[in-house]
Write a protein that binds this ligand. Structure first.
Ligand code: FES
Length: 160
């Protein structure tokens, strides 16, 4: 009992919002590249692989098109975490979009850390169209990380 109290206190000190509601499940906004991760996610669904139903997929043409503003807006509007999925390095259909995504994610993580938000709330992963198992696994691992972090304190209200 004392352990859970100290956990809640620690979360409050970390700016993660303190007590976690019992019925809370992390909400994840996923920006998925049309050519790989989105297809991998689709295949995971068709193959009936299990991952959180609180994952909201948004199809983009390339991970390089995921603007910093998209990520911050998702976090401000109620997402507990943001997942960016792109083609493996060297496989981007627009040559270097995923390299841009990688650089952008590093910057956003620094910004999040600077404002007291755990940078683990943003996750970048390369998932090809055939890697449905990998997709389900990395989303589940991300979901678990968010459960440990608790609700996103940056979210003003749950609009998602
Ligand atoms: S086309 Fe998939 S990451 Fe660029």
């Amino acid at each position: 009992m004392a352990d859970s109290k100290s956990k809640s206190k620690k979360k409050a000190e970390d700016g993660t919002g303190g007590e976690t509601p019992k019925d809370w499940n992390p909400r994840i906004v996923g920006f998925l590249c049309n050519w790989c991760s989105y297809t991998g996610a689709d295949l995971a669904g068709v193959s009936r692989l299990q991952y959180t139903p609180e994952f909201i997929p948004i199809r983009v043409m390339c991970s390089g098109s995921v603007d910093v503003a998209y990520i911050l807006k998702a976090l401000l509007e109620g997402a507990d975490g943001v997942f960016v999925g792109g083609c493996h390095l060297g496989d981007c259909h627009y040559l270097n979009g995923n390299y841009k995504a990688r650089r952008r994610v590093v910057v956003v993580k620094e910004v999040l850390e600077g404002i007291g938000i755990d940078p683990r709330r943003l996750h970048l992963e390369w998932v090809s169209a055939s890697e449905s198992g990998k997709f389900a696994k990395v989303v589940s691992t991300f979901d678990q990380t968010l459960r440990e972090l608790g609700p996103n304190p940056l979210a003003k209200e749950r609009l998602l």
